[in-house]
Design a protein around this ligand. Structure first.
Ligand SMILES: CC(C)(COP(=O)(O)OP(=O)(O)OC[C@H]1O[C@@H](n2cnc3c(N)ncnc32)[C@H](O)[C@@H]1OP(=O)(O)O)[C@@H](O)C(=O)NCCC(=O)NCCS
Length: 154
């Protein structure tokens, strides 16, 4: 895609991050995080713009010296199917490697999308407890969640 700019956001870009996520938060496919939580984790985010319009976002959360997680991955509906989701995940995986992470987890409904990018499904029992308690309990679907867990070994 032409005119795509990928950048590490600053605190001034929180409004852009939230604008891309908002429709999916409303649908219940992405967990709502308030501006303070986004600010605390601002360095984990990557944003994609098309002609100055924010059209994609994703975050790499570090859990431990080995394990990271892809969170809040979203591409504006008008820009899906153009490779931006792949671009975001590839960018986060590169960042994960550079940081020294060994594994990257994702909890998602989008099995095929992540399998195409080399993720493999794992048993949800293998997810660290602190993920469940910190995040999952905030979700309206907890504990009856249909998301699957996939992991990419770096
Ligand atoms: C999942 C999402 C980020 C994918 O973004 P995208 O920009 O449309 O994906 P891409 O164009 O980069 O697709 C990359 C590849 O995955 C495939 N793909 C994308 N979405 C897919 C889906 N839902 N099912 C199967 N394959 C899919 C594409 O066909 C493409 O395959 P190719 O490389 O063989 O051509 C986007 O659909 C989205 O924002 N969904 C809503 C929010 C969401 O569910 N986020 C995931 C939370 S973990």
């Amino acid at each position: 895609m032409k005119n795509v700019e990928i950048k590490k956001p600053t605190l001034r870009d929180i409004i852009d991050i939230q604008s891309v996520l908002e429709p999916y938060v409303k649908e219940g496919v992405i967990l709502k995080r308030d501006d303070d939580e986004v600010a605390t984790n601002i360095r984990s985010y990557t944003l994609v713009y098309n002609e100055k319009k924010p059209v994609g976002v994703a975050a790499l959360h570090v859990f431990s010296p080995f394990l990271g997680e892809i969170r809040s991955l979203a591409v504006d509906k008008d820009f899906q199917g153009k490779g931006l989701g792949k671009l975001l995940v590839d960018t986060l995986l590169k960042e994960a490697k550079e940081l020294g992470l060994k594994e990257v987890l994702v909890l998602t409904y989008k099995r095929e999308f992540f399998e195409k990018l080399g993720f493999i499904e794992i048993d949800k029992e293998a997810i660290p407890d602190k993920k469940i308690w910190a995040d999952c309990i905030k979700c309206k679907f907890f504990p009856n969640c249909n998301e699957i867990a996939l992991i990419k070994y770096l």
